[in-house]
Design a protein around this ligand. Sequence first.
Ligand code: SAM
Length: 287
Amino acid sequence: MLRFGSVKMNNGADRQNMDIQLLLEAIYLKYGYDFRRYAAASLKRRILRNLAFSGCRSVRELQNRVLCDQACFESLLLDLSINVTDMFRDPLFYKAVRDHVIPNLKDLPLIKVWHAGCASGEEVYSMAILFLEEGLGQKTEVYATDFNEKILIAAGEGMYAAAKMKDYTLNYLLAGGKSSFKDYFTPRHPHAVVCASLKKNIRFAHHNLVSDGSFGEMNLILCRNVMIYFNRDLQNRVFHLFRDSLSDAGYLCLGDKESLRYSTCSKDFDDVVPKEKIYRKIKTLPV
Ligand SMILES: C[S@@+](CC[C@H](N)C(=O)[O-])C[C@H]1O[C@@H](n2cnc3c(N)ncnc32)[C@H](O)[C@@H]1O
């Protein structure tokens, strides 16, 4: 459970923390989205930010509005889910995948990949480019999931601001890109749209890491910059979910500020590239 402070309400901040807990309970009961085990401090910041723009005077008033007005809930959901992402975000991570993960996947007949918390798809298409350049595009099966339906639609479209392409090209080159980045897109002013050939093996689907189950025998799971928003208890739940969704010797990739080293399934994984948070599930020996 989220703990926002003392149970006794001594001051306005305590009351506000209590109202935030009630808001989260109300969202869960009405809409089924469960934010109760997200990291409290950042959740509070985002709720107060939404409050400031909503015209409501208090969290209690925001709660009433969210319960009666679907659009108001969707605006809050967008603020709570944080969809910031980039193509080849943290280029050296992609370089490490190219150098230390791909060579060990090459001999598999089929490579199953799960992007959990894929946001608007930039990470997914970055990996698709990487697989294509390593000659594995034809034998990858990619599942890209998120709990935010609106962002999943954007991910499927793969349409990005052309103004960002210069930065993305630089990231791509730093990540060891082997071709011409712009060739993966079709210009549609003021956007650039991901080519259909890159989208072919990708399935975008709804999946909530808080409540949904495991996802089959994956060889590679990427869940980057998602668990940073979860509390320790929820992080452990998700690490177990990933462990159970990975094949033997499958890889797990986390974000820069995330680690599984303090989790309850730390012993089930080896480090592959510690700096880039790339881990590998230890093979289970037959008993
Ligand atoms: C900051 S983005 C990360 C995007 C991408 N992985 C990256 O590193 O660039 C976090 C994503 O996690 C998703 N997310 C947050 N909570 C989730 C949950 N419980 N289940 C599934 N996705 C979730 C958000 O909707 C958002 O799209």
